[in-house]
Write a protein that binds this ligand. Structure first.
Ligand code: ADP
Ligand code: ZN
Ligand code: ZN
Length: 729
């Protein structure tokens, strides 16, 4: 039995008292069990004839919650795999896989409360009863008029306090209450509209993946934005649906746009469930139930949807597989949904398709090693051509408010030619620093090793790491002299461009602008209609939205990613540049991309410019191999945070000492404080475990973690293990 506790083990229980001939609960079923003084919901993992505990100490299961398993064998298998691989307690791993409402006891199937007229009620109604209770009479009328039964929902529409009257009628024997299980018949998926004729490369991709159906095979579908990847997903989904199978499509957090959902809905007349982090518990439960019951033929979701139950799964698609949001790097279970998708496909014996314009180096390495089949879409449908990339050397060009003279001239030129312009800067707010010009004071965050960002419009100082928020001071709190914002954020760039290009409407896209549903649609509408001619934005502009009239993209600062302590920073930079560049020239006009940098000779930028993402990836992989970083080694990070620097480092030192004998090829690096040691008032540090091979790493972790957990200092810190960490800090 798996129970949601931090304990790394299963628990044994006796079967419940069962009626004659009833089957004991099997794997995947939810049961209620006594646990200490509490009663908890657990999931049966295995049924066994024996236990290590003596029989008299075993307690029986109190209650079986459902008639069948909540998790089918395949989903349960995936959860068990994840618990093993990420070295996370099985009970907590299961918790991550189930919607909260189910963990709290909600039913597996949707039910509807209905009130029906009894035979006696029918006769009474015909006789004009009950005469003296007007409300009861009206309610009985209402139900009879609806054919003799009405749902609680429609009764609420009848009157606000209908329940009182309904109960009185039930007491007289005129009405009967029932919970009706809602079973929607799983209707076959139908094609609403046929897609366009495929280009040869698309057809080839579809044929190769379709030929693999019915067995595990992994594919990388590589193609720039607009090259027709989504069309390939749609065709493969069509093929799987036609075989009566279901389809799971995983997308990055920010990529689950109404546009993508819309394309699936336009194409298929089939129930579709959407799972993402912004759902309420009830919405999530409804979507999960639709998937579980097989009603939904397509499940589209972000990270955690990889655990969605899908009877008859036939195909898994991971769009934008390189995206960092597939990695859960906080909280309890830290997992990669992309990697789990491949494992799931393996367990289910179905093909998995990883799509990206800029595949992760891990995936490219897997393709090079022959584990994944590489499929490429090199041509964009229609006449759009790939954009021209050029660097602007910031050391020799005048720069005003973050924008260099050549960039300003280019913007002018493209605006004059009726084009739209996209200006990219990965920093929101007005300015990243507030400085006193007299004494040198810089507005610091009290809770983090970080500066506060100036938000001029809102007149606030905000920390982008912990959310601290304070009024914008007019004067230096230290010496009383004037303060000034230093550096650029999207808000400031927008203001500067508005000054320079009066008469052109400017839109901005970042998390400060997009706060509610609908905000994004408004920005997209202004750009699509051509009302806005310039769009200033952060990472958010790189995903999903198609602005075919954008002919110029300016990347204001490429340098943040060039000299980071994190070995993955260059990869992320190259991906961002290529993704942003992909926004240019998607219509019939050719695009131009300008990248501002102080390091135009940087080998990485040069390989990217001269040989494209492919060339960059080859160079970066060679560098990784030399330094023996993943994918040429395996990493796990033990992370800790505490009230003091000493507590975090102390715990990790103790953990290091607990590792007595290290297997060959395995190294411990650290502990070291995180690059930003203080965050949200806590001190962060990490200890890295590096191994040449995967198996010894996991063997080591299995032996090591129980000791780490039991160490004295483990109680004083928050700690977590991150296997295959994506970010190192
Ligand atoms: P991606 O997912 O790689 O960004 P899409 O599949 O969205 O690319 O395709 C980009 C655009 O090209 C879409 O408007 C799509 O409808 C269109 N398209 C895709 N494939 C074809 C094709 N074979 N013929 C005509 N148009 C196509
Ligand atoms: Zn001062
Ligand atoms: Zn802070």
């Amino acid at each position: 039995m798996a129970i949601d506790t931090p304990l790394r083990r299963l628990f044994d229980y006796l079967p419940p008292a069962l009626p004659e001939g009833a089957e004991p609960p099997g794997p995947g079923m939810r049961v209620r069990v006594p646990f200490g003084r509490r009663r908890l919901i657990g999931i049966v993992i295995e049924v066994s004839d024996t236990s290590e505990l003596p029989a008299e100490r075993l307690k029986p299961i109190l209650e079986v919650l459902d008639p069948g398993p909540a998790l089918d064998g395949a989903t349960l298998g995936l959860v068990r795999w994840a618990a093993d691989y990420y070295h996370h307690p099985i009970g907590q791993t299961l918790s991550s896989a189930l919607p909260k409402a189910l963990r709290l006891g909600a039913g597996l199937t949707a039910t509807e409360e209905r009130w029906a007229v009894s035979a006696a009620g029918g006769e009474a109604h015909a006789a004009g009863e009950p005469r003296r209770a007007a409300k009861q009479r009206a309610l009985l009328d209402f139900v009879v008029e609806r054919g003799g039964a009405a749902s609680a929902e429609s009764l609420s529409g009848h009157s606000a306090n209908w329940r009182e009257a309904a109960r009185a009628l039930a007491a007289r024997g005129f009405l009967v209450r029932a919970e009706i299980e809602l079973t929607r018949s799983a209707q076959p998926a139908r094609l609403r509209a046929a897609g366009p004729e495929l280009l040869p490369e698309q057809r080839d991709a579809v044929e190769q993946v379709a030929a693999a159906s019915g067995a595990f095979a992994a594919f990388l579908l590589e193609g720039v934005t607009g090259s027709g990847k989504t069309e390939v997903y749609l065709r493969l989904a069509e093929e799987a649906l036609a075989r009566g199978r279901t389809v799971l499509v995983l997308v990055p957090e920010i990529g689950l746009t109404p546009q993508l959902v819309g394309r699936f809905r336009e194409r298929f007349d089939a129930p579709l469930a959407v799972l993402h982090s912004a759902l309420t518990d009830q919405e999530r439960l409804a979507a999960w139930r639709a998937a579980w019951s097989g009603t939904a033929r397509i499940v589209l979701g972000t990270r955690s949807a990889v655990f969605a139950p899908l009877p008859g799964l036939g195909l898994i698609v991971v769009d934008e597989e390189h995206d960092a949001s597939f990695k859960q790097h906080e909280g309890a279970l830290r997992y990669s949904a992309r990697d789990l998708a491949v494992v799931r496909a393996h367990l289910a014996g179905v093909p998995v398709l990883l799509g990206s314009a800029t595949p992760s180096l891990e995936t490219l390495h897997n393709a090079a090693a022959g584990r994944y089949t590489r499929l490429r879409l090199l041509r964009r449908p229609g006449e759009s051509r790939p954009p021209r990339l050029a660097l602007i050397d910031l050391r020799v060009n005048a720069i005003d408010a973050g924008v260099s003279t050549p960039a300003v001239l280019a913007i002018e030129r493209h605006l004059a030619a009726e084009g739209q312009v996209l200006v990219f800067l990965n920093r929101r707010g007005y300015a990243p620093t507030l400085l006193c010009t007299a004494c040198g004071w810089i507005a610091p965050c009290g809770e983090c090793d970080a500066r506060l960002t100036v938000h001029l419009g809102a007149a606030r100082l905000r920390c982008h790491h912990c959310g601290a928020d304070a009024p914008l001071p007019a004067r230096c709190p230290q010496c009383g002299f004037a303060v000034k914002p230093v550096g650029q954020g999207t808000e400031r760039i927008e203001a500067a461009l508005a000054m320079r290009f009066p008469g052109f409407s400017i839109a901005r896209l970042d998390r400060d602008v997009v706060r509610r549903r609908g905000d994004l649609d408004e920005v997209v509408r202004r750009m699509s209609s051509g009302e806005a001619r310039i769009l200033v934005g952060t990472q958010m502009v790189t995903k999903g939205h198609d602005f075919p009239n954008v002919t110029l993209v300016v990347v204001l600062n490429a340098d943040q990613g060039l000299f980071s302590a994190d070995f993955r920073a260059p990869e992320r930079l190259a991906q961002t540049i290529v993704q942003v560049a992909g926004r240019a020239g998607r219509g019939s006009k050719p695009g131009e991309v300008l990248i501002q940098t102080e390091f135009p000779q940087h080998p990485l930028l040069m390989s990217l410019l001269e040989h494209g993402y492919d060339g960059f990836a080859a160079a970066a992989l060679a560098e990784r191999q030399q330094a023996s970083w993943p994918p040429f080694s395996r990493l796990a990070a033990l992370r800790a945070s505490g009230q003091t620097r000493e507590s975090a480092l102390g715990f990790l030192s103790e953990a290091r000492a607990a590792a007595r004998s290290l297997p060959r090829g395995l190294r411990l690096l650290g502990p070291v404080p995180a690059a930003m040691a203080k965050r949200a008032g806590r001190y962060h540090a990490q200890l890295l475990v590096e191994s040449r091979e995967r198996p010894p790493l996991h063997q080591f972790l299995d032996g090591w973690l129980p000791g780490v957990e039991a160490s004295r200092s483990a109680q004083r810190v928050r700690w977590a293990l991150d296997v295959d960490p994506l970010e190192l800090f």
